[in-house]
Design a protein around this ligand. Structure first.
Ligand code: ZN
Ligand code: ZN
Length: 543
C-alpha cells in the first residue's frame, strides 16, 4: 500500500508554538506507524515562505525577504528534528523547483479550461499605493458581524472576498481602501461542485475524515462553490507563467497546497524513485492540519488535483481543533504562547509528544497548562511507564545478573497480540488519543501484575516462578515500547537499547530470553516548582 502523509506548512515569519505541534504531530505518528507495518510511506511538508506577512516583517527589520524565510525555515528544521518528526522530505515554497511545479500546475489548469481571465475591482490603498492582499483588508464579517479579515472569517469560517467586508480598513495604515480595476486569473471552483458533493457523501459514509472537515465541507457545498481569484499583485511569490502577467503572483491558497506535490516530486528526484504511486486512485492519503486549514484540503486541493487529471482525492483529513493555553486562546501577537525552541531547552521531546497525544484536541479544543503538563509527565511517563521499566529491569539486573528466561503467561501473550490490531486500527482511523490511552492501560496493567505477583517474595519461595513473572513483565515492556514508538520514539529507542531488541515492527515481540544492557531511568522527575516558574515566565512575557 502507498501512504501519502501531508503535514501542514508552517508560515516562516515566526517561531513554532505548541498549537502548531498539536496540529502536526498526528502526521508523524501515522508515518512512523505505517513504516513499522512495512507500508510504502511518503511524509512531506515544508515551510511556507511566500506572502505578504514575510515581506512586512522583512521591511520592519530592514532585512531581505530571503533572510527572514531562511531564519525560520532553519529554525523549523531544528525544532522538528529535536521533536523527532520523521519527514521524508521537508521543502520550502521559495525554492526554484516549487515555483516550477506550481507554474506547471497553473498552466495545466489554464489549458484544461479551469483557469480564466477576468477584469475585477480590487481593494487598493491610496496611502500605501498598492493593491491590498485579502488578509490586509479588515472589517466586519457580513455573515456573523464579527471583526474579520478579507480572506476568511475566523469566527464563522465563511470564505470571503475583501469587498464583502463591512467598514473596510487597510491593515497597513488603517485608512479606508478604495477600489481599482485590474485584471486577474480565476479558478473555476464551481466546476467541481458536483464531483466534490459525490466524494464528500462517500467520506460522510465511511467517516474517514474528521467530523469537523466533513461538516464544514458540506456547508461550503450547500452554500455553493464560487470561482476564486488565483492571481494577486504581490511582491514575493510564484510569478504567473503567462506572458504580460509576470508581475502578478499565483495566489497563496492555490500555491501553498501545491507544495505537497512539488515536495513529492523533489523527493522522487532526490531518491531516484517514482512518486506515481502516491498520486492515484489507490493511494491512501492523510492531510494533517488545524481546523482553520480545512477548506484548502477538503475543497481546493481536491479540485486542483482533479483539474490536472490526478485521481487522488484525499482519503483522510486529520484536522484537529485548537489547543488553548491555560484556558485562554493562544495568541502570537499577545505572546500568549509556549514557543517550541524555548520548551525544548528544558523538557524532553517525548514529554511534549505524550501530552499532545494524550490530550489531543481531536474532537474539541484541548488545553495545555503547565500544571497538567508536568503532572502528566510525573504520573504517567515516569510514574507508570518509567516505573514499570525501571523496577523490572533493575530487579533482573540485581537478582539474575541481567538475564531472564522462562515461560510467559499465555493470557498475557494473547492480550498483547490483540493490542496490535486494536491500536493499529485506532491510529489508522485518526483516534490517537484513544490509542495512546490503550497502551497506557496495558502499562498500568503491567504494574498491577508486578504488584500482585510479588516477585520480591517469589524469589525466596520459587525462583523459577519469579523468573516467569519477570519475563512476563519484560514481555509487556518490550511490546509497549514497540507500540509506543510512533508516539514516543525516543523513550522507545531507550527501551530497545536496554533490552537489545531487534528493529521495531508492528508484530508482537515474543521472546523467551531477554538480556538487559546498561539499565538507566527512562524519565527524570520534573520538580513541581517548575509549574510556578513557567507560569510566571508566561505572564511576564505576555503583552
Ligand atoms: Zn463571520
Ligand atoms: Zn493603507
Amino acid at each position: 500500500m502507498s501512504i501519502l502523509i501531508g503535514g501542514a506548512w508552517p508560515y516562516a515569519n515566526g517561531s513554532l508554538h505548541l498549537g502548531h505541534i498539536a496540529a502536526l504531530l498526528p502526521g508523524d505518528i501515522l508515518a512512523r506507524y505505517y513504516r513499522l507495518k512495512g507500508e510504502s510511506v511518503l511524509y512531506v511538508s515544508g515551510s511556507d515562505c511566500n506572502g505578504t506577512p514575510i515581506s512586512i516583517r522583512a521591511n520592519q527589520e530592514g532585512l531581505a525577504i530571503q533572510d527572514i524565510a531562511d531564519r525560520y525555515h532553519q529554525e523549523f528544521i531544528e525544532s522538528f528534528a529535536i521533536l523527532g518528526f520523521s519527514y521524508d522530505f521537508y521543502s520550502r515554497t521559495d525554492s526554484q523547483q516549487h515555483h516550477e511545479v506550481v507554474q506547471r500546475i497553473f498552466l495545466q489548469l489554464l489549458e484544461n479550461g479551469y483557469i480564466y481571465k477576468k477584469e475585477i475591482e480590487q481593494t487598493y490603498c491610496e496611502f500605501d499605493h498598492q493593491f491590498l492582499p485579502d488578509r490586509y483588508v479588515e472589517g466586519v464579517c457580513p455573515n456573523c458581524g464579527h471583526p474579520s479579515r478579507g480572506d476568511q472569517c475566523d469566527n464563522c469560517s465563511t470564505i470571503l472576498d475583501p469587498l464583502d467586508l463591512i467598514d473596510r480598513k487597510c491593515k497597513i495604515c488603517g485608512n479606508e481602501p478604495t477600489t481599482k480595476a485590474t485584471e486577474h486569473f480565476y479558478f473555476s471552483l464551481s466546476s467541481f461542485q458536483h464531483e466534490l458533493e459525490e466524494q464528500v457523501k462517500k467520506v460522510r459514509a465511511n467517516k474517514a475524515w474528521r467530523e469537523n472537515a466533513i461538516h464544514l465541507s458540506e456547508r461550503y457545498l450547500t452554500e455553493g462553490l464560487h470561482d476564486r481569484a488565483v492571481s494577486r499583485d504581490l511582491q514575493n511569490g510564484v510569478s504567473v507563467p503567462v506572458q504580460g502577467y509576470e508581475d502578478k503572483k499565483v495566489y497563496v491558497w492555490i500555491e501553498a497546497v501545491s507544495g505537497y506535490y512539488s515536495a513529492s516530486q523533489q523527493w522522487a528526484i532526490d531518491t531516484n524513485q517514482s512518486d506515481e504511486a502516491f498520486w492515484n486512485e489507490e493511494t491512501v492519503s492523510y492531510y494533517v492540519h488545524g481546523k482553520d486549514n480545512i477548506p484548502f484540503h477538503s475543497i481546493i486541493w481536491p479540485s486542483i488535483l482533479s483539474g490536472i487529471g490526478k485521481d487522488a482525492f484525499p482519503t483522510h483529513i486529520v484536522s484537529n481543533e485548537y489547543l488553548t493555553l491555560e484556558k485562554k486562546k493562544l495568541s502570537t501577537s499577545k505572546n500568549w504562547a509556549v514557543w517550541v525552541p524555548a520548551i525544548l531547552e528544558s523538557y524532553d521531546p517525548d514529554s511534549i509528544r505524550y501530552f499532545l497525544s494524550a490530550n489531543a484536541p481531536e474532537n474539541r479544543d484541548a488545553d495545555f497548562s503547565w500544571r497538567e503538563f508536568i503532572f502528566s509527565h510525573n504520573s504517567e511517563l515516569l510514574g507508570a511507564y518509567g516505573n514499570l521499566v525501571n523496577r523490572t529491569l533493575k530487579f533482573i539486573d540485581k537478582s539474575f545478573e541481567g538475564a531472564v528466561s522462562g515461560n510467559l503467561d499465555l493470557d498475557i501473550i494473547e492480550m498483547i497480540q490483540f493490542r496490535y490490531g486494536e491500536i493499529g486500527h485506532l491510529i489508522e482511523q485518526g483516534h490517537f488519543k484513544q490509542a495512546i490511552e490503550t497502551i497506557f492501560e496495558t502499562i498500568r496493567f503491567g504494574n498491577k501484575y508486578f504488584d500482585t505477583k510479588q516477585p520480591w517474595k517469589e524469589i525466596h519461595e520459587n525462583r523459577e516462578e519469579c523468573k516467569n513473572i519477570l519475563l512476563t513483565c519484560v514481555h509487556i515492556i518490550a511490546n509497549c515500547a514497540q507500540l509506543l514508538s510512533p508516539f514516543l520514539p525516543f523513550s522507545s529507542d531507550k527501551v530497545k537499547a536496554m533490552l537489545n531488541l531487534a528493529p521495531f515492527t508492528w508484530e508482537p515481540i515474543e521472546k523467551s530470553i531477554y538480556q538487559t544492557f546498561q539499565v538507566s531511568p527512562l524519565f527524570e522527575r520534573i520538580d513541581l516548582n517548575q509549574i510556578e516558574i513557567e507560569l510566571e515566565k508566561l505572564k511576564l512575557n505576555a503583552i
